[in-house]
Ligand binder design. Sequence first.
Ligand code: XMP
Length: 515
Amino acid sequence: RLLIMDFGSQVTQLIARRLRELNVYCEIHPYQKVTPQFLSEFAPMAVILSGGPASVTDANSPRPPKEVFELGMPVLGICYGQQVMMQMLGGQVERHGGSAEFGRAHVTPTDQRIDLLTGWFLDGSGREQVWMSHGDHVSALAPGFAAYATSPGAPFAVTADLERRFYAVQFHPEVHHTPNGRTLLENFIRDAGFTGDWTMAAYRDEAIRLIREQVGDAKVICGLSGGVDSSVAAVLIHEAIGDQLTCVFVDHGLLREGEADEVVTMFRDHYNMPLIHADEQELFLGELEGVSDPETKRKTIGRLFIDVFQKHAAAVGGAKFLAQGTLYPDVIESVSFSGGPSVTIKSHHNVGGLPEKMGLKLVEPLRELFKDEVRALGHELGLPASFIGRHPFPGPGLAIRCPGEITREKLDILRKADAVYIDQIRKHGLYDEIWQAFVAILPVRTVGVMGDGRTYDFACALRAVTSVDGMTADYYPFSHEFLGETATRIINEVKGINRVTYDITSKPPGTIEWE
Ligand code: XMP
């Protein structure tokens, strides 16, 4: 296995992700934890030193133990990792020096042997795009090292001591904006002797082992929303500890057509999981009556969700753990932005605050994974493809697709229109191309004519976006034929809607949901 020593870079997790893509097992550990003893127990085949915000020119800046360089294994230093490696082995690092580089940069080769290291420039292209983010840079190489490529801000952008198998780069090979970074990482792991036979199946087994170790014979409760993340977490934990796990599915009356049945059938009947189906529609819809402000809606739903969850979880009796399907992007966002200067655009509801209140510890087996990896794990666990590929659905459900006051009438109309729209998308084979698609029912009635009669019904908006992570999004360019056919179907099949519009706002400036 490979050890990634984390010095606090925002993108350390991407190193792990790239290595998993290359079928290599790795673990990230914060630098404080990596003592000489830890190192000998972990016994890595190779070490990667990550980037980080510190400056090695400061006396107390973080360092790896010197044993990292004495155990005869290959080491790759990235950004701060390069600088700390160079300084510890006898080179020099210059502070700032007016040559900071942030963002896209290009490196050019200074030694033809670079293709052995990076697999780059073989086509004689002379320049390679990389992504840099550094203030300091290496200004003198340590003994034994040679320079292989340079950039305007980093004279030693690619360096190596081939004999000792130490490699160090100033840029970030792990990010998307270093298009050939993967080749560099691949060469490194091949050099370190990894055969690339690790798989998601192995990840599953390891995750199961860790869950068993953490939980012992205690009881665990899990809030199941029917979304991919909580579903994968629940199935994984159930595989690890069986009926020590109880899931609580809160039906707040804001779900899509057939959704509650689908979730309950799948988890209770197919997976045989202990599942509490908390039918709390009356409570939620009652409290939401007359509420039209989006933030009040979200906060009300969040508060009720916690109350209801707590009530039903108490029935499980003696649970010591709360399981959540937290993904890595959720972790990094809350770490980097909590208490930060960013404004609250929307109060995303989760069960934050609940663990402390109930004296529960968290089990979060997906904390290291990205969405597509969770889907791969779900596949490995045998979840049906149709379930794994589902579009995301927000915790507050249809409430935030119903601007203005929420009524049962509007929710019923919305559910029907949404079902027709999604059916259309599936029939045209577009479902998997789209990140998320839904109907929003607008708080206006418009005049129409159907048959020979006048109608005065609701208008609705179709929304469909493409996105990688939900942070930014573009509207999906449906053909006019598709839009026309869909509008006709909705108006003909859904009583209560007589006008259909298509939302062509990207994010930013819009958001994906309407509230
Ligand atoms: P926005 O509307 O902020 O949404 O562009 C981005 C993504 O997040 C989902 N979303 C939520 N998910 N709880 C959730 O679990 C929420 O409160 C929530 N609000 C928005 C939204 O569906 C989209 O995928």
